[in-house]
Design a binder for this molecule. Structure first.
Ligand code: SF4
Length: 332
């Protein structure tokens, strides 16, 4: 619940409640669960665990940020972004319905903020939206997480099927290669599935539908972090560039791509033996951790601050312009 968030793509983080349940492999090393275990023994995690509503004082923070909207815009040339929620899931069905109604009321009231609602339960969005949602409130950006192709195929269609002013995908932690140009859309008969390009909205029949406006990409951090192959991030970036979709590279996390076997080092066998001694890992593009696959990289565990957030020598900080902004380009 930072006043100024440390998360690179937002200005503030607001948690209306805390507690959740793991629902996907992207949740395996959930920071929020570890935090809950540290402070409460983990009593807010799991299907039957009570969620904890945060204090009135905390709920007043967005009101304060909202009141500062003009000054913020004058200083930064854009609206403030609020990530809601980092320690829970807005569309968690274990949450008291009245809490979510209160949250919608707060979002309605604080309409000078751009609210970024990121969920791992996009299948619940449609049934949990407020009755006056219409084509999507202009101050709300809806997002879903997808760190693998399987999760992307499951989650993104739900996001595309709800009205929204801005839609985004968070590929963090990125755990495998992803092709967002072949997301399943509908079945034609038993064996034929029509796919869609989620970044352009165009499906296999040439019909144009809703699309993803923003992709965030990042590696995992934390004690048990899993490494991200650089080709996965590069490929996702190139998909975004060819579709004209904003791309934000958030972080490498706790692994750096130290040696590209094909490019850097003909004597990779020697490096392999060195890496084994020093606790590095070997990752190839298909996601395996051996050295017989393609595009083998030696990945080194390192502090998040050391691995940084540049990809191919530069930062990628693109953010789309929401409907509440003017025509001027939107600074990151
Ligand atoms: S949905 Fe988010 S908060 Fe909930 S367990 Fe998964 S990663 Fe943690």
């Amino acid at each position: 619940m930072a006043e100024q968030s440390k998360i690179e793509w937002t200005d503030h983080t607001f948690n209306p409640w805390e507690g959740c349940q793991k629902v996907a492999i992207e949740c395996d090393h959930c920071y929020a669960e570890s935090r809950d275990q540290r402070f409460t023994g983990g009593i807010h995690w799991g299907p039957k665990a009570p969620r904890r509503r945060t204090s009135t004082q905390n709920w007043n923070k967005p009101r304060r940020w909202n009141a500062q909207a003009v000054a913020f815009h004058a200083a930064h040339g854009r609206r403030q972004r609020v990530f809601c929620a980092s320690l829970a899931d807005v569309f968690d069905n274990a949450v008291d319905t009245s809490w979510r109604e209160d949250l919608w009321a707060l979002i309605r009231e604080c309409d000078q903020l751009d609210w970024l609602l990121l969920t791992k339960r996009p299948q619940n969005i449609a049934k949990m939206l407020p009755p006056d949602w219409g084509a999507g409130w202009p101050q709300v950006w809806l997002g879903t997480s997808a760190g693998t192709q399987k999760t992307a195929d499951q989650n993104i269609p739900h996001l595309l099927n709800v009205p929204a002013s801005v839609r985004f995908v968070s590929a963090e932690p990125m755990l495998g290669n992803m092709d967002l140009a072949r997301i399943p859309k509908k079945k034609l008969g038993k064996h034929i599935t029509i796919a869609q390009n989620a970044l352009t909205g165009i499906d296999g029949l040439g019909e144009i539908g809703p699309k993803i406006d923003w992709v965030i990409c990042g590696g995992e951090s934390g004690t048990n972090a899993r490494p991200m192959h650089p080709d996965w991030a590069r490929d996702l970036r190139e998909q975004c560039r060819s579709a004209g979709t904003s791309f934000f590279f958030k972080q490498w996390g706790n692994w750096s791509a130290e040696i590209d076997r094909d490019r850097d080092d003909p004597d990779w066998r020697a490096d392999y033996s060195k890496a084994s001694r020093e606790g590095w890992t070997i990752l190839y593009a298909e996601g395996g951790t051996g050295f017989h696959g393609d595009r083998v990289h030696l990945m080194k565990r390192a502090a998040k601050e050391a691995t940084g957030r540049t990809l191919d020598g530069q930062q990628w900080n693109e953010v789309p312009r929401g409907p509440m902004e003017g025509d001027a380009p939107c600074p990151p």
